[in-house]
Design a protein around this ligand. Structure first.
Ligand code: EPZ
Length: 420
């Protein structure tokens, strides 16, 4: 297993380039299963999760060629050999469930290992199944697998009890080849869903309303191949915005889509950071003045993103005054708190609420990443902390951040990656 050794690195400066979005490229790769023609995806981030999805697609029967130097992937699924997402892959990556909708639409059958819980919550898929059932699928379960089958999928009106990103994506992909029109109410509105829908519409799908709470899909007979460039990763963008802020630095974040990070920009400005939108991204300047605390509560997009909660919390430990964090999306997304407290933070949790004391002088410690974003938060805290921090279990981090240590080094961080 590998670890990061991070030494205090204040005043980060320079420029960093954001890679393609993990949470857009994964559903887009799954959507490529809906056609037997060639799909070319560019702007693909070099991530462990992308490797897992490539493996899953190959197991299904897709031919997947990766051109890492050009950050491109070609997918051609002439035929489906297996309608299954096996347990060992779903366990590694919950997003494997996103092949369920496309497999059902393409072959009339999908056998998906039920994703177990993970560090941040139980993460059920009941809303995915509710939607597929409404489209006419029979749903059954055996030995920890869920089986969805249908001779024909027919359009339906589906209300999502909560705006689930994955359920919106899975149902949309199943509906594009259904007979008739499907309307998803209370749909999730994330930019990654819009990106997936843009790809599907290039393939010949007829989808309207992506990015709003009502998505309308008019079924078509067949989809063709398409070429698509994945949007930049807004969570990586937010993470580097916070790297600049927590070290009181001044960083240009290139290839960032400022529209996708409005809640993070607003909250950092409330704390006193200066953020400017520039031609090819945005700058975060936290060099001047005393930064003060604020409160954040996570909500589905366009609210404050849950995937930035832990990184923002690390930042709040270093500003003046106490801040309150409310995690509304996942039921157990405070795994980073114990580790931050071991670095000198003073964070108290009451249910979904965390009270974060400010003005803390963080110090290095031996900590470990429990999940992707918690691990990123520990790296940010380590940049601000006096002394040296060792972060183990960094495979969690490398699932969602490509060349993380190199990018941080590029703006002045003292971080090395070591095999344990
Ligand atoms: C996506 O996960 C992202 N992953 C997550 O990013 C992100 O945190 C999450 O959306 C919320 O924004 C990908 O896109 C690959 P949800 P997803 O379905 O689709 C409950 C990261 O760090 N729920 O919107 O799994 C669920 O338990 C990852 O990059 C149901 O109850 O999220 C959770 O509490 C972490 N029933 C809430 O909804 C369902 O059928 C949000 O889940 C589905 C979800």
């Amino acid at each position: 297993m590998a670890k990061y050794i991070v030494k205090q690195s204040l005043s980060l400066s320079g420029e960093v380039e954001i890679s393609g979005s993990k949470n857009a490229v994964l559903p887009i790769m799954a959507a490529a299963l809906l056609t037997d023609e060639l799909c070319e995806i560019t702007g693909v981030p070099a991530l462990r999760d992308v490797d897992v999805m490539c493996g899953l697609m190959r197991g299904i029967g897709a031919r997947v060629n990766e051109f890492y130097s050009d950050k491109a992937i070609e997918i051609k699924t002439d035929k489906i050999d297996s309608e299954e997402a096996p347990n060992e892959l779903v366990k590694k990556m919950r997003a494997s469930v996103l092949v369920m909708g496309p497999l059902l639409a393409r072959t009339g059958r999908a056998r998906i290992a039920l994703p177990g819980g993970c560090a941040i919550g139980t993460r059920p898929i009941n809303l995915h199944l509710k939607g597929l059932k409404a489209l006419g699928a029979n749903i059954s379960s055996e030995n920890g697998y869920v089986i969805a089958s249908a001779d024909k999928l027919r359009g339906a009106n589906i209300y999502l009890d909560s705006p689930s990103v994955g359920a919106t994506e899975n149902i949309t992909m199943a509906a594009v080849l259904a007979e008739g029109t499907t309307v998803i109410e209370n749909a999730a509105e994330e930019p990654e869903i819009v990106d997936m829908v843009n790809f599907l519409n290039k393939m010949g799908a007829k989808i309207k309303g992506a990015g709003t709470d009502t998505v309308r899909i008019e079924g078509v007979k067949k989809l063709s191949g398409a070429k698509h460039a994945v949007i930049p990763d807004r969570i990586e963008t937010g993470t580097f915005m916070l790297a600049a802020a927590i070290t009181r630095g001044n960083v240009l974040i290139k290839n960032a889509v400022s529209d996708h990070v409005k809640p993070i920009t607003a909250k950092l400005k409330e704390c006193g950071a200066v953020i400017d939108i520039v031609d090819d991204g945005l700058t975060v300047d936290a060099r001047h003045g005393i930064l003060t605390s604020t409160d954040i509560k996570t909500l589905p997009y366009p609210g404050f993103p849950t995937d930035i909660q832990s990184q923002f919390m690390a930042f709040l430990t270093t500003v003046h005054g106490a801040g309150m964090v409310i995690e509304n999306v996942f039921e157990n997304r405070y795994m980073h708190v114990n580790e931050l407290n071991r670095m000198g933070a003073n964070i108290k949790i009451e249910g979904r609420v965390a009270i974060v004391e400010g003005d803390r002088r963080l110090h290095g410690a031996e900590v470990f990443a429990t999940d992707l974003r918690a691990g990123a938060a520990l790296v940010l805290a380590a940049l601000a902390a006096r002394g040296t921090t060792q972060i183990s279990e960094i495979h969690h981090i490398e699932r969602g951040y490509s060349a993380f240590a190199e990018k941080l080094k590029g703006i002045g961080a003292d971080i090395i990656r070591m095999e344990e």
